[in-house]
Design a protein around this ligand. Sequence first.
Ligand SMILES: *Cc1c(COP(=O)(O)O)cnc(C)c1O
Length: 431
Amino acid sequence: MLSFEKSKQAFKESSQYMPGGVNSPVRAFKNVGGNPLFISKGAGSHIFDIDGNEFIDYVLSWGPLILGHADSKVVTDLQAAVARGTSYGAPTVLETELAKKIQAIVPSLEMMRMVSSGTEATMSAIRLARGYTHRDKIVKFVGNYHGHSDSLLVDAGSGVATFNDIHEAPGVPEDLAYDTLTVPYNDIEGIKDLFAAHGDEIACVIVEPIAGNMGVIPGTADFLKTLRNLTTQAGSLLIFDEVMSGFRAAFHGAQSIYEITPDLTTLGKVVGGGLPVGVFGGRKEIMKFITPDGPVYHAGTLSGNPLAMTGGISTLDQLDDALYTQMVTRTDQLTTGIKDAAAAHNVPITVHHVGTMWSYFFNPGPVNNFEDVQKSDVDYFAKFFKGLLQEGIYTAPSQFETNFMSSKHTEEDIDQTIAAFNAVFDKIEVG
Ligand SMILES: *Cc1c(COP(=O)(O)O)cnc(C)c1O
């Protein structure tokens, strides 16, 4: 058995200073009944905790670290940048450089703004949509997560789904929640009915085209096409929240898979290469509504700071189609291995993967929306998660989250991970 004594001690102490002992809820391992590991360092596909244990890491800081931990070029570039100062509150050419790189990969961002988190990106995008359309209502899908701003916390996935009744959002004024309309994910008839009743009041529809905050659930092509058509007809904006799926579901984002051009896109996670960055952007005519060109206010003391921009540039610079092919191949190998291991042990499982995102549900499936995810065996999941940790595999500590692949994961890592899944299936009886 691995010892987690130092992490236990550290958690006891942190719990006196921070609610739940953490600065973001799912990190607490609360729903898997464990004690979070305190990390001392990362290197490539591996992380190390303060007890000296080593793990193959599939959380990768919840997605950003597509080049793995402490990539040598990213580290060197950041060291050079920090020596020149961390922030000036004035423009640098780095911002334009990152914007150009983003646009080359996701061309629908004709103009964009840099912010410091995905939450800020989606919050700003919906304000822009409301300002542009002069409408108040927004539509989101049950189990999709768009960060923790008031309007978007209704029926949300991720940590909200892990810990709370997702229909409640204490602290969000009822008047605001009233303007957020929700529909089940992939529910074509539901969204058609909603537009038939409220189309001319809807400012925007925001959607994760590949949902990643209730495990991985791809939007169906018909569903996403329906959203594009309905919003266009109603004069509403379509926002693709690609904070997770951008550079992950495919190099050019989920929008390249479906060949759908949203009006606005939000990015985050990979786009900062492990530093705090979010981006919102899209059609020029809409983005021109942002201050100082237009009336919709948006600002940020550290928005586009040179360190964050360098993290993004250095990361995007190293991505290309060949590297994606390698990562997707490894993801295929791993998820096939997991499916085979579960089948050999007669454990009902549904495994989903798109690009470099993957997750498994202890549920015979199909899993197409939040209601389906909820039928998963979360008790078995908790036991299984702990079993994997003991085997040196660090995965997302919730049935409602996604795992990732990095360019640093090797064939050996994958083989070792599949062996670990088999070992844990051997040990844990299905309840
Ligand atoms: C992570 C995530 C966010 C929030 O980003 P933060 O940087 O955590 O604020 C928003 N939308 C999606 C789809 C995400 O996965």
